[in-house]
Design a protein around this ligand. Structure first.
Ligand code: ADP
Ligand code: NG1
Length: 434
């Protein structure tokens, strides 16, 4: 296909994987550690650097139209999350990092098999793949940590204010091990998953594009506001505080203490913008220009108590999960399952990022043998991840397939495999032509 599109052959190929987050949802952008694995599904880009200044993009999937632009005039429209903008995010990240102004172009063919808008990070895999394509085309090098940080930052050009989990695992993953990803400074530590269990992904088949709605950024904003109100309550310099983790770090207390402080300082009723302004002693204008993001300007209610409770409790669950894996890897499947179930309940009730289909799917997964099941990724649709005892896997897959995906007339809903076992895969790679 590359040859028929561009009349030449690729000089190199880059792959970057998607991921499934085992536990730690919506806490990376609050500064807390998460525990994902890279999956085998990935973005693969075939590349030929060219002497002109034009970037030409094509896709093996006809849903994603051809695109071309000048390498020296990258425009990313935040209001339109079209596919090529994710590529341009990765490109622009590298361009800006090196301060390059006169770039040569390239022909690229993109081929991806990560279900899009399903919480398995197809978007970040594309951004990371494009970042590594650009770096390779330039003949330059960076560490994996630098690449992850650059791509996490540059994906925000698409308009969503994500954390760095997806880009970090896409670059730092290693086959056979989950990673605890910590931020500021970014680092990834191996976590051995229990040998008697398998992690299974199931797709609710409800797609949710983060950048096309404001759900995601509203949560980021609510967490930022909660952090500021908690900081003010504790007489910290609240205007310097952006993340819930910073409040804990500045106070030097435990996550359990932060849950108690949340009870004392915040109320469960939603906050209006006016009430937030009164609490922080700022004007509505200051709130809008200094704290809210462009697509959260018109939000009328912010649930600060619920979001902070989710974040601090989820951060504690990640640490408990990791400690259990380290302390007794062969005897903890049930306990790990319970933690995953608690995570789902918190995402559903406190963070409100589930949906009826995801709730039904986790119920189906638990009913047919999962010790625990939860939504994974941003939510509001997308996939679940379940922990299943290895000996129950075949019956689990068959039963979930039948219970969730089979229509009453016997026909199956999805075309692609929608419930499948996964194991920790490797990170992004460059393949050079011999
Ligand atoms: P995810 O949770 O998968 O990251 P997002 O909604 O953030 O979901 O991003 C999905 C977007 O990524 C798609 O709308 C599309 O623009 C882009 N994308 C995903 N897969 C591909 C692909 N194979 N080729 C091109 N673009 C893709
Ligand atoms: P996905 O599942 O790819 O939409 C998003 C964020 C993550 C993280 C999760 C929720 C981006 C690129 N990704 O992931 O950083 O916050 O939601 O845990 O914004």
């Amino acid at each position: 296909m590359f040859n028929s599109k561009f009349g030449s052959i690729p000089k190199f190929y880059v792959r970057a994987p998607g991921r499934v987050n085992i536990i730690g949802e919506h806490i990376d952008y609050c500064g807390y550690s998460v525990l994902p694995i890279a999956i085998e599904q990935d973005m693969l880009i075939a590349v030929e650097p060219v002497k002109t200044h034009t970037i030409q993009l094509a896709n093996t999937n006809s849903l994603y139209p051809d695109f071309s632009t000048s390498a020296n005039n990258i425009q990313i429209d935040k209001t339109k999350p079209v596919w090529h903008n994710y590529f341009l995010c990765g490109f622009k990240g590298i361009q800006e990092h090196f301060g390059l102004s006169n770039l040569t172009g390239m022909n690229c063919l993109v081929d991806g098999n990560i279900p899009p808008s399903s919480g398995l990070s197809s978007s970040s895999a594309l951004v990371c793949c494009a970042g590594l394509v650009t770096l390779t085309a330039l003949g330059m090098s960076l560490s994996k940590v630098e690449l992850a940080e650059i791509c996490a930052k540059s994906e925000r050009y698409i308009g969503t204010e994500g954390g760095g989990m997806d880009q970090s695992i896409s670059f730092l993953a290693e086959e056979g091990t989950a990673k605890l990803i910590e931020f500021s400074p970014l680092r990834a530590t191996d976590v051995k998953l229990p040998s008697g269990a398998v992690f299974v992904i199931a797709n609710s088949c409800v797609e949710m594009n983060k950048a096309a709605t404001s759900y995601f950024n509203i949560r980021v904003t609510e967490c930022r506001l909660a952090a500021k109100l908690l900081a003010k309550y504790k007489n910290l310099p609240w205007d310097e505080v952006l993340r819930l983790e910073e409040v804990q770090a500045r106070l030097g207390v435990s996550l359990e203490d932060m849950l108690l402080t949340t009870e004392d300082a915040l109320h469960p009723e939603p906050y209006s913008p006016e009430e937030i302004c009164r609490c922080l002693e700022i004007s509505l204008e200051q709130l809008r220009t200094q704290i809210l993001s462009p697509n959260t300007q018109d939000v009328l209610h912010f649930k600060l108590y619920q979001r902070a409770k989710h974040v601090y409790s989820e951060a504690a669950r990640v640490l408990r999960f990791k400690n259990l894996c380290e302390e007794a890897p062969d005897n903890v499947v049930q306990l790990l399952g319970e933690i995953m179930n608690q995570s789902h309940a918190s995402c559903r009730d406190m963070y409100e990022c589930s949906c009826p289909e995801l709730d039904r799917l986790v119920d189906v997964c638990r009913q047919f043998g999962a010790e625990g099941s939860r939504l994974t990724g941003a939510g509001w649709g997308g996939c679940t991840v379940s922990i299943v005892p290895a000996d129950k896997l075949p019956s689990f897959l068959a039963s979930v397939q039948e219970a969730y995906y089979q229509r009453s007339d016997g026909s199956s809903v999805p075309q692609t495999p929608s419930v499948f076992a996964t194991k920790p895969g490797g990170g992004a790679l460059v393949f050079l032509e011999a």
